[in-house]
Design a protein around this ligand. Structure first.
Ligand SMILES: Cc1cc2nc3c(=O)[nH]c(=O)nc-3n(C[C@H](O)[C@H](O)[C@H](O)COP(=O)(O)O)c2cc1C
Length: 449
């Protein structure tokens, strides 16, 4: 049970020149923002000054010449977050790494190190990677099947968390007088042998102040939600509108409760791309102007991304959404299925589908007051526990920090000061007890050893 009043959570997705095809042309945004460490540090500090819970780095190991600008040329998340860690003091640091093309030992070590470097502020966004081309960057001819990806992910996270508990918290007496550096009884091998991984351990790294890094997860399909329900302490969700947000929220938390978890403790944080201006009319005018400038060819690329960059330019734009029999759904399966379902149910043409699914659709358009109200509606209506704001254009981020956040604070929804200095603290999550210490406490025979 969570005793404290519910508090809105805010993350800042530091997305340089943007995950769409238009943002990079903003005159105030440097063209190399996605590879400029100073850009990231500056924005992480601004997010920290606004008391955000965390910064969030998305990542994917495959691109094509048509990929959106930020993805084309960007920094690797763990390296980047280490630099942000030493340039900030309080804000959480969440990085995305795929369970399909890494080894659990590496990942445990990297995030464990980030957790120490940041003094307990690390989080890992667990993804299974949608794009099939990633396989060829890691010596495989074919991408793992969707179901296999999720089975691997489950075992991967279990191994990583096991490795993070290699040392009990009092394993190192470092007693210079007696010469005892390590209490060997408190170092534990993992000896994991599973369907996908074989890892002996122990990891050469102790736990941080927050016990273990926080587990985020992103996946939309039923398999993705099952994984989230099992492992996630927070999810990065995509919600098309308020009702879809509520449906996902209910569904994820019901799946978690069915597994015996405290569903309230899992934070659902959809992405947020608001259009903010002084007045609602001005914001609507900006939205309309942006829409008028969209290039349908680029929207088709964005639409195709969910289908492993399927080439939609081959179809008639004004004919009904094409029959995709035979096109792979192994990529962003949950999203691809949703696009097919909605296009059929609403009789969308390909052009309409491109405008609907090829952009970050947003119900958040208006004055700072309107945006704050909408955030409150999603929060109190249980469509979200918080949001991950896409940070690109300087003016947009300034409006959010300087105009929207104070309204949220005045309404008692969002903190005015940090009460903690770990990511777990910010998110109201418990520090997990080391499993070996717990076993020792619970089993008298072990305790007497
Ligand atoms: C909101 C959201 C964000 C995601 N972000 C990433 C990402 O940054 N990197 C990545 O490799 N995969 C990302 N994924 C992909 C998932 O990990 C997964 O491989 C893919 O979506 C297929 O799973 P699904 O059908 O359950 O969605 C994301 C998925 C969702 C729904």
């Amino acid at each position: 049970m969570t005793e404290q009043p519910r508090e809105l959570k805010l993350g800042a997705i530091l997305e340089g020149v943007g995950a769409d095809h238009a943002t990079w042309r903003d005159p105030d945004l440097a063209g190399d923002a996605s590879i400029d460490i100073d850009w990231y540090i500056e924005n992480a500090r601004l997010a920290e000054a606004a008391k955000f819970d965390l910064v969030f780095i998305v990542d994917s190991p495959f691109i094509t010449p048509d990929t959106a600008p930020h993805f084309l040329n960007r920094l690797e998340p763990l390296t980047l977050l280490s630099a942000i860690a030493v340039s900030t003091k309080k804000i959480g640091l969440v990085g995305t790494l795929t369970t399909s093309y890494w080894e659990p030992y590496n990942v445990a070590r990297q995030f464990g190190s980030l957790d120490h470097i940041s003094k307990g502020r690390a989080g890992w966004n667990v993804v299974t990677t949608g794009l099939e081309g990633a396989a060829q960057n890691y010596g495989r001819a074919e991408h793992f099947d969707h179901a296999v990806r999720y089975a691997r992910a489950r075992e991967f996270v279990e191994v990583v968390q096991g490795l993070w508990d290699s040392y009990e918290d009092d394993a190192f007496p470092r007693d210079k007088a007696t010469g005892v550096f390590l209490d060997k009884r408190k170092q534990h091998r993992l000896d994991h042998k599973g369907a996908h991984f074989s890892v002996a351990g122990p990891l050469a790294l102790s736990r941080s102040r927050q016990g273990q890094p926080v587990i985020f997860q992103a996946g939309e399909s039923s398999e993705g939600r099952n994984l989230g329900a099992l492992i996630a302490e927070a999810t990065f969700a995509s919600a098309e509108d308020f009702e879809a947000g509520q449906a996902y929220y209910r569904d994820l938390k019901a799946r978690a409760a069915a597994l015996g978890r405290d569903a309230e403790s899992i934070k659902v944080m959809p992405g947020l791309s608001p259009i903010i201006a002084e007045t609602d009319a001005q914001a609507q005018a900006i939205a309309a102007a942006e829409r008028a400038q969209l290039d349908v060819k680029k929207l088709l690329v964005q639409l195709g991304r969910a289908f492993n960059y399927h080439d939609f330019s081959q179809y008639d734009l004004d004919a009904p959404f094409p029959d995709l029999t035979g096109v792979t759904l192994n990529s962003y399966k949950g999203r691809a299925e949703r696009i097919i379902r909605i296009s059929a149910a609403e009789n969308l043409t390909l052009r309409q589908a491109a405008y609907r699914f090829g952009v970050f659709r947003s119900d958040f358009v208006g004055s700072p007051e309107t945006i704050a109200k909408e955030i409150e509606r999603w929060f109190t209506g249980r469509a979200a526990d918080g949001f991950n704001l896409r940070v690109t254009r300087p003016k947009d981020f300034a409006l959010f920090r300087e105009r929207v956040v104070p309204i949220l604070q005045a309404r008692g929804l969002f903190r005015t000061e940090y009460a903690h200095d770990t990511l777990r603290g910010h998110l109201g999550l418990k520090v997990p007890e080391n499993r070996h210490t717990l076993a020792r406490r619970q089993t008298p025979a072990i305790a007497a050893e």
